[in-house]
Design a protein. Structure first.
Ligand SMILES: Nc1ncnc2c1ncn2[C@@H]1O[C@H](COP(=O)(O)OP(=O)(O)O)[C@@H](O)[C@H]1O
Ligand SMILES: [Mg+2]
Ligand SMILES: [Zn+2]
Lengths: 403, 199
């Protein structure tokens, strides 16, 4: 697939900009701080409904504006779709497809698929588990948009459950203040504790249901990614130890078989088994959860462990190896999406400048055949010759086609 | 902490559902800055709604008298109770003409984020209605979103020992939504195809 046009209104530094794009490689070139990344960030946002740079939407809206709008025509197998997305920080976004509003923005997901490489990716190998969870979940949604719903439901259940755990300790005080009933105050307070526990069981069952679905999706994904990431890593860093992926579940961490991925390859990914495991995990930490007021078991506490040979990459890998691993994960995602059908749009934000010659050549060889590659670079020399296609110069917010 | 009367107002506002301490403060200062006539109108509306609108003492639906129209209607099947979150859901379901039983209005759904637990809903009243064994089916028609589902699960577990038939509206309702926004046909169909809830 490819992006045939991009139009922004009040997105980041752009009051208004419109570009026509074509398949093949397109480079956005200009000094730092001029608005190159802003352009490709918009393309990435349209595909995933989240930014690769910030966790909240407010910075995406131009200073002083109320909302930002991204419009784009996406072409897949000769079929054109006009996708429009209105970003409303703090409120629900709105989306239209071919000029018809969709009931919920997430129903516009899946029309455009991208794989974005950026300097921030280093956090995939060096950063917190949340970075890797986001990587997995974003990819999960790109492959099967229904997971956007699973993820949203899980997050909501989690919030509710955490709120309940937090109030558990203060139930009695809150209740007296809230109800002002003199009559059965004592009975009320006594019922309070049981009340919390019985509702907690309800939230447990919902957490387990949505959690098991998310977990099953992630495990399935990790199985598919593992050989692709290993292959990509070996290509980028042929002399390094082999790269491996292991899914670490927060459920049953103390058990000897803490490698859930190993379990699963034996058992097959059975949602009932996973649910049972989550249920058991929650039971184990019940008291700690009540003490601390947070949910301690579930996909939101899991990690994707990256290994090089027998060592974990995090904390052990060199800077170069960490970079190669991050790139390998993105390349594996690209491979996977491609094998599902429909070449995703590749976006390379300031990536080549960070690489040595060898890795730069290898990455170029892999990405060159893609249907569309969007590249940002500070100077023309940072764009490999093999990827010389269209070029826009970006200076002080103006975007001019020079080739 | 602010001066006595202002803090009073903030405290009172903070008791409202969905109003946290920050919002309570914002509303209080908004009212302080507002025209006296506007504030009077608001105060009047608050008092009037308390004086004139009542809730059915049986089912919790809004009513003009002590009991609502549906509870007084002898033709309605007393063996089936449909549990909904709000009075507006009663209106939506009545429009479908699919249901001839009685209602029970909970007054919301379980939502810890909003500080709403089972005791804040009319659940004890529901249990009292089920005590005499006349009711044979309970239809849980809470909203098809997470809070509605959780409330349905909670109720299904609570009444399990009573051995009634407990059903939930069929899927097909827009998930994540609000019962009142479902169109009549969809809602009617969801009623017809309700399924047994097993917890
Ligand atoms: N919400 C916003 N409103 C206005 N300007 C913004 C906003 N967000 C970022 N900018 C501006 O965009 C510029 C950065 O653009 P960016 O695309 O990251 O640069 P680069 O060309 O280096 O990739 C900065 O000058 C920044 O001030
Ligand atoms: Mg940049
Ligand atoms: Zn009534």
């Amino acid at each position: 697939m490819h992006v045939a046009s991009l139009s922004l209104t009040d997105f980041r530094s752009y009051p208004a900009v419109e570009l026509d794009l074509e398949p093949g490689a397109t480079a956005f070139v200009g000094p730092n701080g001029q608005g190159k990344t802003n352009l490709i960030e918009a393309v990435g946002y349209l595909a995933t409904h989240s930014s690769h740079r910030v966790a909240t939407d407010a910075p995406l809206v131009r200073q002083g504006a109320q909302r930002a709008i991204i419009r784009s025509v996406v072409v897949k197998d000769d079929r054109r779709a006009l996708i429009e997305l209105e970003i409303n920080p703090g409120r629900a976004n709105r989306a239209r497809v071919n000029r018809s509003p969709v009931p919920r923005p997430r129903e516009a997901l899946g029309l455009l698929r991208t794989v974005l490489f950026a300097p921030e990716d280093l956090a995939l190998s060096k950063g917190d588990p949340s970075e890797r969870r986001k990587f997995l979940d974003d990819l999960l949604v790109a492959r099967a948009p229904r997971f956007a719903g699973v993820r949203a439901d899980y997050d909501r259940v989690l919030k509710q459950r955490n709120a309940l755990l937090r109030t558990a300790a203060t139930t009695r005080i809150g209740r007296r203040r809230g109800s002002r009933k003199q009559d059965d105050d004592a009975a009320f307070a006594a019922a309070g504790a049981g009340d919390v526990m019985s509702t907690l069981e309800v939230w447990d069952s919902h957490l387990v249901r949505h959690g098991a679905e998310l977990l099953a999706g992630r495990l399935d994904l990790v199985e598919a990614l593992r050989p692709l990431a290993a292959k990509a890593y070996a290509t980028l860093a042929p002399s390094s130890a082999p790269a491996g992926l292991e899914y670490r579940s927060s459920a049953g961490e103390d058990q000897a078989d803490d490698k859930l991925s190993t379990d699963v390859s034996v058992l097959g990914i059975n949602r009932e088994d996973l649910a049972e495991r989550l249920r058991a995990g929650l039971a184990e930490v019940r008291q700690a959860e009540l003490d601390r007021g947070v949910t301690l078991v579930g996909p939101h506490r899991d990690d994707l462990l990256l290994t090089l040979g027998d060592l974990p990459a995090r904390g052990y890998a060199s800077h170069g190896e960490s970079w190669s691993f991050a790139l390998a994960l993105r390349l594996a995602a690209y491979d996977l999406l491609r094998s599902d059908g429909g070449d995703p749009v590749l976006i390379l934000d300031d990536v080549f400048a960070e690489l040595d010659d060898q890795r730069r050549r290898r990455l170029t060889d892999i990405v060159a055949p893609a249907e569309q590659v969007l590249i940002t670079a500070a100077v023309p020399d940072d764009v490999p010759a093999q990827l010389a296609g269209s070029r826009f110069d970006v200076t002080e917010g103006s975007v001019l086609r020079v080739r | 902490m602010y001066e006595g009367v202002v803090q009073n107002l903030i405290d009172e506002l903070g008791l409202l559902p969905g109003v946290g301490p920050k919002s309570a403060q914002r509303i209080a200062f908004h009212l302080l800055a507002a025209e006296p006539a506007d504030v009077k109108r608001l105060a009047h509306a608050l008092l009037e709604v308390k004086e004139k609108v009542r809730f059915c003492r049986i089912c919790g639906n809004v009513a003009a008298e002590a009991e609502c129209r549906i509870c007084r209607d002898q033709r309605r099947d007393p063996q089936v109770i449909c549990v909904v979150e709000e009075s507006k859901d009663v209106v939506a379901i009545e429009k479908t003409r699919e249901f001839r039983g009685r209602y029970h209005v909970l007054g919301g759904a379980i939502s810890p984020i909003d500080g709403v637990g089972p005791d804040d809903l009319k659940i004890r009243e529901l249990m009292a209605r089920l005590a005499d064994g006349q009711v044979t089916e309970l239809i849980l028609a809470t909203d098809p979103n997470l809070e509605g589902e959780a409330t349905a699960t909670y109720l299904a577990r609570l009444v399990k020992p009573l051995g009634l038939k407990v059903t939930r509206l069929a899927s097909g309702l827009p998930v994540g939504g609000d019962l009142e926004y479902a169109d009549e046909v969809t809602l009617g169909r969801a009623f017809e195809g309700r399924r047994l809830l097993d917890v």
